[in-house]
Design a protein around this ligand. Structure first.
Ligand code: HEC
Ligand code: HEC
Length: 304
């Protein structure tokens, strides 16, 4: 905060408190014109409709003390905690400091409980009950927003339980996907292929995936495919895990296999991003969550 805003906040805050106190003292003391009503009680002297008067009762004591109490409380608070511009408060508390302290404590506890365990190879962690319990927890908090709480994925987010991998299912490949992240780049070919070309290629992709299609359309699409798509997806359509180009023959599409979905994918391209966990979770936690993901596929399913 610049010096100007610092003093702006300090002066406004303190002036406001001072004015409130002054207002109460002043109104408490001020002499209102008094009179008496028919019963002889003291009134403010105001009279409406000939006989309607206002009693001149002081504010209840307890209510006043409550008010002064809040003023004193606010002053104590402003001395102890940050609130007055750049003044940090004598306790030196900050929300960031509290967060860092809590994180440090959590990290220490984590290190004590899992420090040794996470050194084990990922294959071993993937069958270790403690590692998997923690991994499942980490998955629920850090991955399920995108991949679903059951890890079965959603539109645009791959299913991590079906043994079908875009970026490869070897232990090292899954680790890289999670720890270093992935950035898929499928360019759009709408301009290059034209509308008819896009539709024909989409039909050919459906044929690759084993869906029933119009044979002549697919044949026309195959030519486009071989010219444009085979470089990344392979001439047989089985994809390339190095590029994150999915296997188009497996019948698994994260962006859908309807003609409209495929036309959109081909014309506009797709750029799926798996966020790197290196900075987010750190190495130890990434190892546990990777072990958990590996365990989901441990039932013998492999990349086909
Ligand atoms: C912001 C959404 C998001 C979050 C959070 C996220 N992912 Fe992903 N993840 C993706 C997307 C999108 C892809 C697919 C990238 C692509 O299009 O190739 C992906 C891909 C993957 C892959 C590769 C799958 C394959 O078929 O090769 C793995 C493994 C993975 N994620 C695991 C995780 C784990 C474990 C976490 C939690 C630590 C996580 N993801 C958190 C969006 C996310
Ligand atoms: C430069 C490499 C490259 C080329 C060329 C390319 N693709 Fe792709 N394709 C990718 C990548 C990478 C992805 C993954 C995108 C993502 O996950 O966000 C992808 C995704 C797709 C998908 C979506 C798969 C799914 O799971 O939903 C389809 C369909 C597809 N490509 C078809 C084609 C067709 C048809 C062509 C030719 C017109 C083509 N691609 C050309 C790299 C390429």
């Amino acid at each position: 905060m610049s010096a100007f805003w610092h003093w702006f906040v300090v002066i406004i805050t303190l002036a406001f408190i001072a004015v409130m106190v002054w207002l109460f003292i002043a109104t408490g003391r001020s002499k209102v014109p008094t009179g008496t009503n028919a019963e002889g009680q003291e009134t403010t002297g105001h009279v409406w409709d000939n006989d309607l008067t206002e009693l001149n009762n002081p504010m209840p004591r307890w209510w006043l003390w409550l008010f002064y109490g809040t003023v004193i409380w606010s002053l104590i608070y402003l001395v102890l905690y940050p609130g007055l511009g750049n003044f940090a408060g004598v306790l030196g508390w900050s929300s960031e400091g509290q967060y860092l302290e809590e994180r440090e404590r959590a990290d220490r506890e984590f290190e004590e409980r899992f420090g040794e365990l996470v050194q084990k190879p990922l294959e071993e962690l993937a069958v270790h009950p403690d590692a998997l319990r923690m991994g499942r927890n980490l998955f629920a908090h850090n991955c399920s927003t995108c991949h679903g709480s059951d890890a079965r994925g959603a539109r645009g987010y791959p299913n991590l339980t079906d043994g079908h991998w875009i970026w490869g299912g070897e232990v090292e490949q899954v680790w890289t996907s999670i720890y270093h992240g992935r950035q898929a780049v499928m360019p759009g070919f709408g301009a290059a292929l034209g509308e008819q070309g896009v539709t024909r290629t989409a039909v050919f992709v459906q044929q690759l995936a084993g869906l029933p299609v119009d044979e002549t359309m697919a044949q026309a699409g195959r030519q486009h495919y071989e010219q444009v798509c085979a470089a990344c997806h392979g001439s047989d359509g089985r994809g390339n895990p190095m590029l994150g180009a999915p296997d188009l023959t497996a019948g698994v599409f994260i962006y859908g296999s309807s003609l409209d979905d495929l036309r959109y994918t081909i014309a506009e391209g797709r750029q799926g991003v798996m966020p790197a966990q290196r900075e987010l979770l750190g190495e130890a936690r990434s190892r546990l969550v990777t072990a958990y993901v590996l365990s989901l596929n441990a039932n013998g399913a492999t990349d086909d």
